[in-house]
Write a protein that binds this ligand. Structure first.
Ligand code: TPP
Length: 531
């Protein structure tokens, strides 16, 4: 007779979810027993790593991913990257074990006390099935919830004595749509406002990349002869950054962002919140005389925008519809940006010189995953992303995402047979939050290259303290960390890099290797400004 366990694996097969990221515990063992040969268990040494690897895998493969965590403590360990998955809008099914139903009343060791509350508010749905027989259908419902807009993580708490129970007949497979079109009347209004504008500007957000609509984004910009900004602090790149219309990434503070948009009468934001700010620098949200139009597939994002008029719709479908509705503008296109200035080569290297070196040796189809807080401006200034789905970082501000996410991306590149090279740039502080991910990469023989700019400090926090005039904060320096020893301990190739040429050679070798490569690069300890 089929068990709940058999039926659940069948449902996961039907959904194409045969890769499972996790870290096992006793409450998961009855589910994981006799692990089916057609499934791949990706063993993470810590739950933060499991969640972020799954997130990277889901984003790069374009399909939801499954993470299996250990009851309350494992869910707790995974929580930081669950916050990130929520902000990243990554569809994840997170399952966690639960103690035996027969003992739950007396709360034995490893009981998750209020399992559906624990991951809140960073899941779209959290459920512990009332009956063991409901697990397979709950997985189907979890999937449908995770993939519908706005996509995001969902959570199931699964008691360990449910798996051997006899199953009900398998639930009927069903599908749901993952995009919806904008209201045509409101879209007409938006198109009319854009057509009547004298100097519109486009602000594209990660939703444009998630909906695979770079070509429509370019077509609308060219039709409107409008400059294009990336929305602030984006978790994905949104537009070819070598296109003459591209202006860069907007600053993530109220006043400076409005200053960057000065002179425009209409600001069209597609696929982003209005706006993702970080330090509080007061001012108007928009320059005087500007009107904001907002397109998002997230009703909450539409509701919390402080200014502008919103329209719900998939970014790609909305872009395609707008292109048909606006006539070509009768004005000259914006002038291209200046090329980045070649930085001076110093010892140690400046962040700009390091990233110019990286750009000089960048593989054409390379994928960049970054978590390099204070050096992000230098990285984005020197290395321009020119292809879709090739830049990933966390939307949340929570560290410990980038390194494991890069490994999830690299695994997806292998599993989809696309095989793009993956390079992570991870600050020497950020490196340590989920560092065990390196072991998984080594076990999987993934040729990820991790470049670590070493400034031996939490530089961005020093910059923030300067901006906010809060001197004397402890815990901002990082002396005495031996990245080479740590990386080799986890099974990686590793080498300290001093010059751009050395970096080029190590990058080429690392991307051809049969294991990960970690390249610490000592850089200047100057603290860049926060904006
Ligand atoms: C989980 C988590 N803990 C702490 C922080 C606070 N924080 C933000 S940036 C940062 C320092 C990052 O250091 P590093 O990666 O070396 O980058 P740098 O600022 O030096 O460029 C810290 C600790 C955070 N964002 N997330």
């Amino acid at each position: 007779m089929a068990t709940v366990r058999d039926a659940t694996y069948d449902v996961l097969r039907t959904l194409g979810m045969t890769t499972m990221f996790g870290n096992p515990g006793s409450t998961e063992e009855p589910f994981l027993q006799d692990f089916p040969a057609d499934f791949h268990y990706v063993h993470a040494l810590h739950e933060a790593t499991a969640v972020a690897m799954a997130d990277g895998y889901a984003q790069a493969s374009g399909t939801p991913a499954h993470v299996n965590l250990h009851t309350a403590p494992g869910t707790g360990n995974g929580m930081g990257n669950l916050v990130t998955a929520w902000h990243n809008k990554t569809p994840l099914i997170v399952t966690a074990g639960q103690q035996t139903r027969e003992m739950l009343l007396l709360e034995p060791r490893l009981t998750s006390r209020r399992p559906t509350e624990l991951p809140q508010p960073y899941v779209k749905w959290a459920y512990e099935p009332t009956r063991a027989q409901d697990i397979p259908a709950a997985v189907l419902r979890a999937y449908a919830t995770a993939v519908q807009p706005p996509a995001g993580p969902v959570f199931l708490s699964l008691p360990m004595d449910d798996w051997a129970q006899p199953a009900d007949p398998l639930p009927a497979p069903r599908t749901v749509a993952t995009r919806f079109a904008p209201d045509p009347h409101r879209l007409d209004e938006f198109a009319r406002i854009l057509t009547d504008s004298h100097n519109p500007v486009l602000v594209y957000g990660p939703g444009v990349d998630r909906s695979a609509s770079w070509s429509a984004a370019v077509a609308l910009a060219e039709r409107l002869a409008a400059p294009v900004w990336s929305a602030p602090a984006p978790e994905r790149a949104v537009f070819p950054e070598d296109h003459p219309h591209f202006r860069g990434v907007l600053p993530y503070a109220i006043g400076p962002l409005a200053d960057a948009l000065r002179g425009h009468d209409t600001v069209l934001v597609i696929g982003a919140p209005v706006f993702r700010y970080y330090p509080h620098i007061p001012g108007g949200h928009l320059p005087d005389g500007a009107r904001l139009l907002h397109v998002t597939d997230d009703p909450d994002e539409a509701a919390r925008a402080p200014v502008g008029d919103s329209l719900l719709g998939d970014p790609g479908l909305t872009l395609a519809a707008l292109i048909d509705l606006v006539p070509p503008a009768d004005r000259p296109p914006p002038a291209p940006r200046d090329a980045p200035t070649p930085p001076e080569i110093t010892t140690p290297l400046s962040a700009d010189a390091l990233f110019a070196g990286l750009a000089a040796h960048w593989p054409a189809d390379g994928v960049l995953v970054q978590e390099s807080p204070s050096n992000l401006s230098a990285l984005r200034r020197q290395l321009r992303i020119t292809r879709p789905a090739s830049y990933f970082t966390m939307a949340s501000g929570g560290l410990g995402y980038g390194l494991p996410a890069a490994i999830g991306v690299a695994l997806a590149e292998r599993d989809t047979r696309r095989g793009r090279p993956v390079v992570a740039v991870i600050g020497d502080g950020s490196f340590h939050y989920s560092v065990q991910a390196l072991w998984t990469a080594a076990r999987l023989a993934l040729p990820v290259v991790v470049v670590v700019p070493v400034n031996q400090q939490y530089a961005i926090l020093k910059a923030f303290a300067e901006l906010k005039e809060t001197p004397g904060v402890p815990g901002l320096d990082l002396p005495g960390l031996d990245i080479v020893a740590i990386a080799s301990g986890y099974g990686c190739a590793t080498e300290v890099i001093q010059t751009p040429d050395q970096l080029g050679a190590a990058l080429t070798a690392g991307l051809r290797a049969d294991r990960p490569t970690v390249l610490p690069v000592p850089i200047s300890t100057d603290v860049p400004s926060i904006l």
